[in-house]
Ligand binder design. Structure first.
Ligand code: HEM
Length: 214
């Protein structure tokens, strides 16, 4: 008699570490960035060790965040490709909003929204990196090209605001809306019922070829 499987591995330890390197460095950048954005929010920098400390670590956290993003790209490149199954799922999005998951077309390891979030964060991260380097070393920009500094500020803030919108949705979906998601990014595991309900193509695929735990 075959034993029933009670847990499926959704995120390896490597994936969880890289996720939390991205998560923690992003939150640090978010908090210190908000402190620099408005004098009303400067108290955040004070709580985080003072203005100069926050100013020193903000770009370093940004570099580490970008490393984590490219590491994610390396690990999840295939999982994040948008497929016809995702496009069919996106068309049926009203069912998702109304919590009618059983009426949604089956999807693989990540859904359309999760993939979209990843690409938004990657591109926002690239723009923040390039514009951030210009803000980190402004003296390297010749005076006759000084408009590039203003462009860098505009791009840095715009990309940051877009990423903040995406981040809020991501955290809300991962922690409050989709139950079982948060434990998966901490402990790595989900129940077969969760996998079948939210990512049926992935469930079918891995149950055929089995990196499972009991
Ligand atoms: C710090 C707060 C964060 C929390 C609480 C959080 C939570 C989660 C959760 C619960 C999952 C698993 C979702 C599932 O498998 O259904 C997840 C996955 C993921 N997280 Fe985060 N995350 C955070 C920050 C970030 C940041 C800053 C990034 C930046 C790239 C990120 C990128 C991802 C990606 C790409 C996935 C896989 C696809 C997805 O579920 O969207 N996370 N996260």
């Amino acid at each position: 008699m075959s034993a029933t499987i009670s847990r499926i591995l959704r995120y390896t330890l490597n994936e969880r570490i890289l996720h939390w390197v991205a998560g923690l460095t992003y939150v640090y950048q978010l908090l210190t960035g908000l402190a620099f954005y408005s004098p009303h929010l400067f108290w955040i920098a004070v709580l985080l060790g003072g203005g100069p400390t926050s100013r020193f670590w903000h770009p370093w956290a940004g570099l580490l965040f970008t490393v984590a993003l490219f590491w994610m790209l390396e690990v999840w490149r295939n999982d994040m490709r948008i497929t016809d199954a995702d496009r069919a799922w996106a068309k049926a999005m009203p069912h998702y909003i109304r919590n009618e998951d059983e009426d949604l077309p089956p999807i693989d390891r990540f859904n359309y929204g999760q993939k979209y979030f990843f690409w938004v964060m990657l591109w926002a991260g690239i723009i923040m990196l390039i514009s951030g380097l210009a803000l980190w070393f402004p003296e390297r920009i010749p005076w006759n090209l000084r408009y590039l500094r203003y462009l860098a500020i505009l791009l840095h803030v715009s990309a940051a605001l877009i990423s903040i919108g995406a981040f809020i949705i991501h955290v809300y979906m991962g922690t409050a809306m989709v139950r079982g998601g948060f434990t998966s990014i901490i402990r790595g595991e989900v129940t077969p019922a969760w996998a079948k309900m939210h990512h049926r193509l992935w469930y079918n695929r891995i149950m055929g070829a089995a990196p499972t735990r009991r």
